[in-house]
Design a protein around this ligand. Sequence first.
Ligand code: ZN
Ligand code: ZN
Length: 364
Amino acid sequence: MSLYEYLETIFDTLHRIPEIAFNENKTANVISTELIKNGFGVKKNFAGTTVLGTKKGLRKGPHLVFRADMDALSFQVNGEIIFSHACGHDANSTMVLAVSKLLTDKNINAGKLSLLFQPAEETLEGALLVLSSGALKDVDELIGIHLRPSEEAKLGEATPSLIHSAAAKIFVKIQGKETHAARPHKGLNTIELAIQTINSLSSIHFDSSIPHSIKVTDFHGGHGAYNTIPFESSFVLDIRSQTNDLIKKIEKTVRLVVPGIIKTLGGKTSIETFQTAPAAFYSKETFDITSKAILSVLGKVIPSINTPGSEDFHFYSTKGGINTAYIGLGANLKPGLHKLNMYFDHQVLEYGAIIMEKLVDLLL
Ligand SMILES: [Zn+2]
Ligand SMILES: [Zn+2]
């Protein structure tokens, strides 16, 4: 079976069994069976549905990991819920799995190669679980791979770094004083307080050279008594920034300003922050060597791609302290990621697998 045929077979199998976050059981079974066939040791049923395939080198050396995500997305079509691999995680898993096939009859010179199949990327939960399992304790380098939409890269183009944004959510609860709507002066209307607070956020300015945003993504006020000034209102802010430093600054400012405004207006606040995902943070050495591998396979390397979305991949570097790079692969992918009718040129599967094979040569 040629590499292309192998890739098509695996892709086709995974494509037919899309499973959402933490339900990737059939996917994990297909992957682990294949890893064993290809001579890799397998650790599974940990950190959700994580699968980790490992092959040792002839001598001691560094531990290199390639990471793929396994989860699909859920869509509502004509009132029915369906799952689909609209983010291409079936392709990412196929390429990483194919590295084991390419190495079946080959020795790894030094160190150790692991192939990590992570669950729950879409919910941004998988990477933290994998890290807390301790399975990546001795890892020196971890490289991710993901298809890109055609406006970011065309087939035959690849970058060693995807610049994802940091994201966080801030939950604000405001308490005022309930009263009859006919006597507003006797109460404190928390909807009015929330609106004033939200409006004043637009006059706080941060470094405009770094892309960032603050938006209200949820609002609750009142409890259905339309003739009553509501005692409690709440809203959620989704904040994003291209750097981890700026998102910390935005978070700190919001936590200071919001209770300040509400207190001035006579209300009380409780405020909670959750980090959703950190911004991209790469190692220069891993970036350089990944560039070299891309160049040798595709004959060119495209610059880092700025992408507005977030990825839990960056917990591996920011929380795990692991050197990382993230291959973004052009695939003539249309009409876009997370679109139910997404399609791409399958030639990319071969490019991705061979770039990673080259990285094994360069790093181990
Ligand atoms: Zn996605
Ligand atoms: Zn994805």
